[in-house]
Design a protein around this ligand. Sequence first.
Ligand code: SF4
Length: 91
Amino acid sequence: MRAKPGARYVETGGQHRMDWQRDAACADAADPDLFFPISLHGPGADQVEQARRVCRRCPVAAQCAEWARETHQGAGVWGGMAMEASGGGRQ
Ligand code: SF4
C-alpha cells in the first residue's frame, strides 16, 4: 500500500526526526502517485514535473531531501529530486 505524500514518512521510532512532515506541501496533493512515478522517462516524466512543482513551493524541501538521502530512499520524488527506482539515479 502506498502512503499519502506528507504522511508517507511516518515512523514509529528511530533516529530521524519527522516532525517537519507536518508542513509538507504534498500532504494535500490530489494524487499521491505523482511522487512515485513508474519511470523518470516518457509519461513518468510528466508526473515528475508535476511533483516538482509541488516541491518548489514546499517549506520543508531541504529537510525532505536530507531525510531521503539519510534513509536511502531509492525511488520517488523527494525535495524536488527524482530518484530512479531501479538504479538509484537522480534527475
Ligand atoms: S519537498 Fe516535495 S516530497 Fe518533500 S515534503 Fe515537500 S512536497 Fe513533499
